[in-house]
Design a protein around this ligand. Structure first.
Ligand code: PMP
Length: 361
């Protein structure tokens, strides 16, 4: 079997070992005579999966005791709405750092629910950088400050987070959760769809400080309230049991790799190879993000013209690379190097880039 060099932006690569483990357990889960997908979510088997997944998340991401780990559905896109529904109370504003396409989506939903303020924006730099911390102005009546820690499309990433004092700091970490250590205590709430760093799509992780999950406004329906899911330990209704099971296997794999600090180093080494190929190309490849805002998850770059970019994609596909075409909204090229993307894949890509340049430069 040949595995593709998978640089997809999400859904994305899942460790081969995890896929094989899932395959082994697929038909008969722990001698139960059925798969995990066929079991009651109230069974001891599934309860264990639910608990272990939350515990592993806590352990690997060093989540303090006073936070809940929620396993929800609806993707990060539902969190764009659920966050202001729960936390944007009358008289307050939801403050947002506008860094690109995903921050914009979060902003759009906040406006549906209540008052929104832009605390900083890098639109004038075409979102090719994140703001410096001293550019972020949090309004006095802010209910929270929302940042997108990693902009998947633009390829920018926060390398430090603002200190927001008593105002809860919220982050969409969909595309960089568990890729590096984070001081969770700085945040009120973190959310992420699983389909990049945590496993398959279908489950959305919300890490929420206890006080923010204590009592949601009465007007919100049960499924959209953080307190519902916190009280029910994410078993209020039928969970995406297979996705959670897969996420558990991915978390065990991360633990086996030595944890998040080790992955952080590996991720830097991986993207380092690709950024080096860009920076050493004498301008043949041009990195999109400003150097100090570069993402260690999504490397975005361009070439002299679209014809050359198309040729790059076509030839890369012939060599077994998948997912190198940039997002349709911005064009160009993008290599997503999430946790499960191997160093070998990145070495192969850096080599391919050099050879492509030799032939076409
Ligand atoms: N935020 C970011 C940073 C993303 O990359 C994505 C998905 N690419 C989303 C939100 C939306 O996630 P979902 O499709 O799970 O709703």
């Amino acid at each position: 079997m040949t595995r593709a060099y998978n640089f997809n932006a999400g859904p994305a690569a899942i460790p081969l070992e995890v896929l094989q483990q899932a395959q082994e357990q697929f038909v008969d889960y722990q001698g139960a005579g059925m798969s995990i997908m066929e079991m009651s979510h109230r069974s001891t088997f599934y309860e264990q999966v639910n608990n272990e997944t939350q515990d592993l998340m806590r352990e690997l991401f060093q989540i303090p005791e006073n936070y809940h780990v929620l396993l929800l559905q609806g993707g990060a896109s539902t969190q764009f709405a659920m966050l202001p529904m729960n936390l944007l109370t009358p008289g307050k504003v939801g403050a947002y750092v506008q860094t690109g396409a995903w921050a914009d989506k979060a902003i759009k939903e906040a406006k549906v629910i209540g008052e929104m303020a832009v605390a900083a924006s890098t639109a004038s730099d075409s979102f090719m950088r994140v703001p410096r911390l001293d550019e972020i102005v949090v309004p006095e009546n802010a209910a929270y400050l929302h940042v997108t820690s990693n902009e998947t499309i633009g390829g920018t990433q926060f390398h430090e987070f603002p200190d927001t004092g008593s105002v809860p700091l919220i982050s969409d970490m969909s595309s960089d959760i568990l890729s590096r250590p984070v001081d969770i205590g700085k945040f009120g709430l973190i959310y992420a769809g699983a389909q990049k760093n945590l496993g398959p799509s279908g489950v959305t992780v919300v890490i929420i400080r206890d006080d923010l999950a204590a009592d949601s406004p009465k007007s919100i329906p049960a499924m959209l309230r953080y307190d519902t899911h916190a009280k029910a330990k994410s078993l209020y209704n039928t969970p995406p049991s297979f996705s959670v099971f897969m996420m558990k296997l991915v978390l065990q794999w991360i633990k086996g790799k030595g944890g998040v600090a080790q992955l952080d180093q590996l991720n830097r080494d991986k993207t380092g190879l690709i950024y080096d190929a860009i920076d050493g190309s004498g301008g043949f490849y041009k990195g999109c993000a400003h150097t100090d805002s570069r993402s260690i998850m999504n490397v975005t770059f361009r070439m002299a013209n679209e014809e050359l970019e198309k040729l790059f994609v076509k030839q890369s596909e012939a060599e077994g690379f998948v997912g190198l075409k940039g997002h349709r909204d911005v064009g160009g090229l993008r290599a997503s190097t999430y946790n499960a993307v191997t160093l070998e894949s990145c070495q192969a890509l850096a080599q391919f880039m050099k050879e492509f340049q030799q032939k076409n430069g």
